[in-house]
Design a protein around this ligand. Structure first.
Ligand code: ATP
Ligand code: MG
Length: 365
């Protein structure tokens, strides 16, 4: 990636509902952070989503898609709204179109306990929760999103697992486990989550993972059935590291895992392909709390940190990764200092999070 001023272009898609609120909060923090770290970045805001569909007749225009595609990274709030649907009645979800059209097969969803934050698990080991759910994001049960058939008597959907995508996901998993192990000074463990005892598609997926595992002798390779994983994610989540899984399983398990660390407001995500990436909170537009200034922007702040990290890893330079670490440390510091958002029983709204995180950043040497 070239150096120099504003050489990195980030497309910002605020979307709908609290997507807009957490995007505004995140840009306010990024604005200060990029100046402090001397990062050359230009943000370009692009409209897409349910209200865009209502107002313009298209949820994401081709022009908008092309501008997003041409950017170095895409930072996205959340999209969709109850009552606004396509003519065929399906939900407005241009963020899914981005995943499919840009081939963003790896849905990276880190679940990390924020130090000092009270959570639903009383066990003190819960403070050590630090795992990543790796949700395959282009096929699995979502493959038939536009292809399922419904008659008066039956509805059918297709589960599709391909060798190419599974091999890429497996390599991504093991490389991620290696990186995490290096940063944490321990051995990496990849646990494939499937249902290989019942479905041939998952047995196929498992055999491909087993093959790729041989290329990574330094990483421990395991597998776990999805039902057992639901149990163990509640019983002993601190024991897991990298958890690659099928699209639908990943959708469900990442919500479950977010619940362990304070809720959707703390769960960042990145959808990464070969060359493109979208960074967005794992949550949706939260119509129940939109417009009240109470959304927790932490998930999007942590997603922005993942974006800085990824841009740095592509060769943009160590300053980007330093900025990513500073942002994470500022979020941790703010909660350690007593910040408590509504979703964890406190009173602090979106603006209070921004103010506290900025205070932490400005206090850093
Ligand atoms: P999607 O279909 O996009 O997954 P969803 O319908 O599952 O969306 P979300 O919008 O993710 O729902 O919201 C689920 C619940 O979590 C809601 O009660 C919402 O208020 C809450 N929630 C989500 N994000 C946040 C946030 N950033 N801060 C506080 N509460 C949130
Ligand atoms: Mg959801």
């Amino acid at each position: 990636m070239p150096g120099g001023d504003n050489s990195v272009r980030v497309a910002v898609m605020p979307g709908d509902g609290i997507g807009r609120e957490v995007t505004e909060a995140t840009l306010a923090v990024l604005d200060v952070l990029v100046r402090r770290h001397g990062l050359g970045v230009a943000f370009e805001t692009l409209e897409a989503g349910a209200f865009c569909y209502r107002d313009t007749g298209t949820a994401m225009s081709e022009e908008t898609f092309r501008r997003a595609e041409a950017a170095d990274a895409i930072l996205l709030g959340a999209m969709g709204w109850p009552g606004i649907r396509y003519a065929d009645g399906t939900e407005i979800a241009p963020q899914l179109d981005l995943r499919f059209r840009l081939g963003l097969y790896a849905g990276v969803r880190p679940i990390r306990a924020i130090p000092g934050l009270p959570t639903v698990l009383a066990d003190p080991r819960a403070a050590g929760i630090d795992l990543v759910i790796l949700r395959e994001s282009t096929e699995g049960l979502f493959f038939s999103r536009d292809r399922g058939t419904v008659t008066a008597e039956a509805a059918e959907e297709t589960l599709r697992i391909t060798r190419g995508t599974t091999e890429r996901l497996a390599r991504f998993s093991f490389r991620l486990a290696e990186q995490r192990a290096a940063a944490r000074g321990r051995r990496g463990v990849v646990t494939l989550v499937d249902k290989a005892n019942v479905f041939r598609a998952f047995a196929f997926m498992r055999s491909i993972f087993d093959g790729v595992a041989k290329e990574f002798p330094g990483v421990e390779s395991r597998s776990h059935y999805v039902d057992a994983m639901a149990l163990d994610l509640v019983r002993r989540p601190w024991e897991f590291d990298v958890l690659p899984t099928e699209n639908m399983f990943g959708d469900i398990l990442s919500d479950l895992a977010a619940g362990l660390i304070g809720g959707m407001g703390f769960a960042p995500s990145a959808d990464i392909g070969d060359g493109h990436a979208v960074f967005q909170p794992s949550h949706g537009t939260a119509p129940d709390i939109a417009g009240q200034g109470i959304a927790n922007p932490t998930a999007m702040l942590l997603s922005a940190a993942m974006m800085l990290d990824w841009l740095g890893g592509r060769g943009a330079g160590g300053a980007w990764q330093e900025a990513a670490r500073a942002l994470e440390a500022a979020v941790d510091g703010a909660f350690a200092a007593g910040l408590r958002t509504r979703d964890v029983g406190g009173k602090d709204g979106t603006a209070a999070v921004v103010a506290e995180v900025l205070r932490m950043i400005n206090e850093m040497p």
